[in-house]
Design a protein. Structure first.
Length: 155
């Protein structure tokens, strides 16, 4: 073998070895950070109020939540409440706009309790804060009990 062929083979072998180590590092990093970014379901009320940046009204029932992310959270929250507590909800989120037909425009998730796409009539609002956006939508089809949907995205 000529010297140039030996050097070329050595270079190729070195690249394969470095590529193998790089692949192992990439997979390890993905697995490590993936574990930290796991999805959490049904957070405790205090934790949920903290990450969703709101206070649940006293009548809040059937509270369901999903939190995902690593450094920036994406939180989905659904609960039922008495319409008479609208001011309490607005005091910690935003003031609901006028009623509109059809479902609200929310980031969808695959959860059996997240049925926002089936909402026939709603009121909604959006709030921007330091490092987050929060969208609140209320299913107003049942006048005696509202279903509330909240999506909070950190940025």
């Amino acid at each position: 073998m000529q010297r140039s062929q030996v050097l070329l083979l050595g270079l190729v072998a070195g690249l394969v070895a470095v590529g193998g180590v790089g692949a192992v590092l990439c997979v390890g990093t993905y697995l490590f950070f993936g574990a930290l970014g796991e999805t959490q379901h049904d957070l405790s009320r205090p934790e949920l109020e903290s990450v969703a940046r709101l206070r649940l009204p006293p009548s809040a029932a059937n509270v369901r939540s999903r939190r995902e992310g690593f450094q920036d959270d994406l939180v989905h929250l659904r609960f039922n409440m008495d319409p008479g507590e609208e001011a309490l909800l607005a005091g910690s989120t935003c003031h609901l706009g006028p009623e509109a037909d059809g479902p609200p425009q929310l980031f969808a998730i695959e959860e059996p309790w997240w049925d926002a796409a089936a909402v026939p009539r709603h009121r909604s609002c959006q709030r921007e804060g330091a490092g987050f956006t929060q969208v609140v939508a209320v299913n107003t089809a049942n006048g005696s009990r509202w279903a509330v949907y909240v999506v909070l995205a950190e940025r």
